[in-house]
Design a protein around this ligand. Structure first.
Ligand SMILES: Cc1cc2nc3c(=O)[nH]c(=O)nc-3n(C[C@H](O)[C@H](O)[C@H](O)COP(=O)(O)OP(=O)(O)OC[C@H]3O[C@@H](n4cnc5c(N)ncnc54)[C@H](O)[C@@H]3O)c2cc1C
Length: 469
């Protein structure tokens, strides 16, 4: 998609700040850990993986002392800065699941649906105020080849419980009006929209009420195997002795050597507009408030917020040499301008609308686009990483497996091949950067070339490897 205008003017008054975290209802920061202590289980990371793990472990072992250590703030990482698409898929979509786990896809889809329902039940039971709504999404085609791909998905998805309708250009434009839409696929039952930061804050509150002890501003510096226990060392420098550790540290510098080969930290970016007045809203329709994405290899995702703004993100996926993660990488003016230009190409009728927020966040991209699990120190430490761009819902599924592993039991999810295998690793630098860039350029070329995949992408497909935002 090329921009019909630069879109830079719309960014003149934009804050480089995460819209979801710029919220009056942000909770007060909890105290850091200052005194050394012991616990039955330590969870590292206050994103969705860590929060759900703490909750599910406490639910299964109410008498355990469960301590959660977060280096900065709850929801400070990807969990507070994402698009808020809470999807039932735990395999980064049905097509990716079919490509990698054909033998288990039916059960993975069933468990994914149950996982999303469990999230909805907890949110409603605990009255978490996080605007969890709807279940409808719309994949839109801006090129004919994308429409052909959507038609293929429409044929197979109902077999896995998806309620789908394939829409032509005029049908899709009745739902959401963009001159770029050539058609679309409506899926009515697989993905809810949520305010992710409020969900994370709510989960932390529920976990605390149920007895989990949460410390913020507590960065874990290292783990040491001390026989029957692990010493969790923080920079404070307080320590926690514990027989069990769960790591939910996503793309951030891993605490175990074995994690880095399997994930690449990739920055993804989003913009949010000012609230749209009724005349602007009328110009685009979007009465169903579906979560939208386009069907290119490098795709945009977009949605409405509770106060009628549009969040527009995705497309660019930026990797920095040597697994670079720095706060300044969240401010990428070139990508913001590109996204702005794509936004006005999609919705020219919104000319004049301004963006209030623009930010980036880091994603733990794995070569199979889906989570994997690992353990160290003779099963005293367990972790889940690799959610890539679809972890809002899938992290709860991962936590279910992690809770089983910590307790030493097998459940329907933890016994699957999906939960027992690892993806193809990425090479070390300098090849890592070369592989990521070659793949990204090939995907851009495929999008310009009616979706046709070049030799490099075909080789990766055959090896079960890919790269996406
Ligand atoms: C811009 C963007 C858009 C996205 N959009 C979507 C979407 O719409 N739908 C979707 O499903 N997914 C989306 N994702 C992905 C999704 O947000 C993540 O997969 C998910 O939030 C991962 O949760 P997590 O808990 O594993 O990681 P995080 O939320 O990143 O949490 C990890 C936490 O660990 C802490 N930590 C790390 N190291 C240490 C340490 N040594 N000591 C203590 N604490 C530590 C960090 O401070 C952080 O808070 C998006 C991601 C981004 C960045």
């Amino acid at each position: 998609m090329t921009g019909h205008r630069l879109g830079i003017g719309a960014l003149a008054n934009t804050k480089n700040e995460v819209f979801w975290l710029d919220d009056q209802s942000i909770p007060e920061m909890r105290a850091p850990l200052v005194h050394s202590t012991s616990a039955d289980c330590v969870v590292v990371g206050g994103g969705f993986t860590g929060l759900w793990s703490a909750l599910l472990i406490k639910e299964r072992r109410p008498n355990w002392r469960v301590v959660l250590l977060e280096g900065f703030r709850i929801a400070w990482g990807a969990s507070g800065r994402n698009g808020g698409f809470c999807d039932a898929s735990v395999t980064h979509g049905l097509s990716n699941g079919l490509a990698h786990f054909q033998d288990e896809i039916r059960i993975l889809e069933e468990l994914g649906e149950k996982n999303l329902s469990a999230i909805e039940e907890l949110v409603s039971g605990e009255q978490i105020d996080c605007d969890l709504s709807g279940r409808g999404t719309l994949d839109v085609a801006t090129e004919q080849w994308q429409l052909d791909d959507l038609a293929e998905i429409a044929k197979i998805a109902p077999e896995y419980g998806y309620e789908v309708s394939l829409l032509d250009s005029s049908e899709v434009r009745k739902r959401v009006d963009s001159p770029t839409y050539k058609g679309g696929l409506y899926i009515g039952n697989r993905c809810a929209m949520v305010n992710p930061a409020r969900l994370a804050w709510g989960l932390a509150e529920v976990a605390q009420r149920r007895g989990v002890e949460i410390f913020e501003g507590t960065l874990v510096a290292g783990l040491e195997d001390c026989g029957s226990e692990v010493e969790v060392r923080t920079t404070a420098p307080a320590t926690v002795r514990t027989p069990r550790v769960v790591l939910g540290t996503n793309a951030f510098p891993p605490l175990l050597k074995g994690i880095q080969p399997f994930i690449v930290p990739v920055y993804d970016y989003a913009l949010v507009t000012e609230p749209l007045h009724s005349d602007r809203l009328a110009a685009i329709g979007w009465f169903g408030r579906e979560g939208l994405s386009d069907a290119g290899n490098l795709f945009h995702y977009y949605r409405m917020t509770a106060d009628n703004r549009i969040l527009f993100g995705g497309y660019d996926a930026v990797y920095h040499y040597g697994n670079g993660i720095k706060p300044e990488y969240g401010n990428n003016v070139r990508t913001f301008a590109k996204l702005s230009s794509h936004f006005f190409t999609t919705f020219p009728q919104l000319d004049g609308v301004e963006f209030t927020h623009a930010w980036g966040g880091v994603i733990d991209t794995s070569s199979r686009f889906a989570m994997h699990f690992g353990q160290r120190f003779r099963k005293k430490v367990h972790y889940a990483v690799g959610f890539t761009g679809l972890g809002v819902g899938a992290t709860r599924f991962a936590a279910d497996v992690l809770a089983d592993r910590v307790i030493g039991q097998e459940g329907p999810a933890s016994s699957l091949r999906f939960a027992r295998t690892k993806p193809v690793p990425f090479p070390p630098e300098p090849f890592r950067k070369l592989v990521v860039e070659a793949t990204k350029q090939s995907l851009i070329a495929a999008d310009r070339n009616q979706g046709r995949r070049n030799l490099w992408l075909r080789l990766l497909d055959r090896a079960g490897v890919g790269f996406d935002s």
